[in-house]
Write a protein that binds this ligand. Structure first.
Ligand code: THU
Length: 137
């Protein structure tokens, strides 16, 4: 099943996390409308601010490859060890989603495992989001 596969990909991506400062490991798996999956993990930095979240890592990899149409993202994040929390995407990542995704359609899955997950639309997590359409006259 597509949702299980996406969550599994997020859990696998979490094992790539470089998070020696927060010890909070996050993986993300971004699904294109054509069915391709792009994975990302959080990558931290000794200077702190250059750190990037798993979700943006996945988006930027996909956008670099020419992808523009996205259906869903699965996120798996918690302190080191088994994934025990429902990690919520940060505000900056929600804004990046707003750039490329329809807020009513784009599905955000936050998961502990393939059995334990929660699903939201981007609109639910970013009400009245500002996006490319707002710049049109
Ligand atoms: N982080 C993510 O990668 N995604 C989220 O959804 C929440 C936070 C990262 C940023 C930082 O490396 C660590 O988790 C702790 O905030």
């Amino acid at each position: 099943m597509e949702r299980e596969k996406l969550i599994q990909a997020a859990l696998e991506a979490r094992t790539h996390s470089y998070s020696p400062y927060s010890h909070f490991q996050v993986g993300a798996a971004l699904l294109t409308k054509e069915g391709k999956i792009y994975q990302g993990c959080n990558i931290e930095n000794a200077a702190y601010t250059p750190s990037v979240c798993a979700e943006r890592n996945a988006f930027f990899k996909a956008v670099y490859e020419g992808e523009r149409n996205f259906a869903a993202i699965a996120i798996a994040g918690s302190p080191e060890g088994p994934c025990k929390a429902y990690a919520a995407p940060c505000g900056v990542c929600r804004q990046v989603m707003m750039e490329f995704c329809d807020p009513k359609e784009f599905c955000i899955i936050t998961a502990k495992s393939t059995e334990e997950y929660r699903e939201y639309s981007l609109e639910e997590l970013l009400p009245m989001g500002f996006g490319p359409k707002d710049l049109e006259g």
